[in-house]
Design a binder for this molecule. Structure first.
Ligand code: PGA
Length: 250
């Protein structure tokens, strides 16, 4: 049975007050039984979230990291520092990192290795742009992104997760149809199976304008094991409703 995960990606949003309110709302809710819940807040809020998250069983992660463990890299954060601050996950290769900050497939692979080195579970994001989809290259692009990482990690790699996030669906209100999501998740799953049997059990999350009203249909797909939620995760009611949708699928 693959793990089910709903993760919130706050991107560059949130204050200590907003975080406290969010966590207080989660504390009043019923903790998920079968699905794991995770939050990727801005790294500056990790220490603030740590205690309440531990009580809630809410996993915490950073949104990026630098491949080196320490050194003269002004402004950067090492995987080891993230672990020290309370993170157990690292979101890597998000399309905003790839497109706005120039992270190549190899850069992303180096960050995944750094996360594994520091004992963090990587959540590897994959996704094609609209132009790539229209050119019929969506699968090729996603597989290239995945293979760049798989060739660096051992076949026994089990921790972590994949998040398929078509770039054209992020923050746009356009979700991939459940069929489009399932088709790409199937392609990713087959590649993971080729890499190794342990790896094949890795959960594959869908991301891109996931909301309470489209989550149910997405989660009904065989290879959709959860969601990576951006905008809607800033609202605890929406985040909890998406978790409830995942719980009802077991
Ligand atoms: P969105 O973002 O849910 O706001 O589309 C998803 C993401 O970028 O992780």
């Amino acid at each position: 049975m693959r793990r089910r995960i709903v993760a919130g990606n706050w991107k560059m949003n949130g204050t200590r007050v907003a975080l406290a309110e969010f966590l207080a709302r989660l504390q009043r809710a019923e903790a998920p039984g079968r699905c794991h819940w995770l939050l990727f807040p801005p790294a500056l809020l990790l220490a603030e979230a740590r205690e309440a998250a531990a009580e809630l069983g809410l996993g915490l992660g950073v949104q990026t990291l630098h491949p080196e463990p320490a050194g003269a890299f002004t402004g950067e954060l090492a995987a080891e520092m993230a672990a020290d601050a309370g993170a157990s996950w690292a979101l890597l290769g998000h399309s905003e990192r790839r497109l706005l900050f120039g992270e190549s497939n190899d850069d992303v692979a180096a960050r995944v290795l750094a996360a594994v080195r520091a004992g963090l579970q990587p959540m590897l994001c994959l996704g094609e742009t609209l132009a790539q989809r229209e050119q019929g290259r969506a699968e090729e692009v996603v597989l290239e992104q995945l293979r760049a990482v798989l060739k660096q990690v051992p076949a026994a790699w089990t921790g972590g997760a994949i998040a398929y996030e078509p770039v054209w669906a992020i923050g746009t209100g356009k979700t991939a149809s459940p069929q489009q999501a399932q088709a790409m998740h199937g392609v990713v799953r087959a590649e993971l199976e080729r890499h190794g049997t342990d790896c094949a059990a890795m959960p594959i999350l869908y991301g891109g304008s996931v909301k309470p009203d489209n989550a149910v249909e997405l989660f009904a797909q065989n290879d959709v094991d959860g969601a990576l939620v951006g905008g809607a995760s800033l609202d605890p009611e929406a985040f909890l409703a998406i978790i409830a949708a995942m719980e009802s699928h077991g």
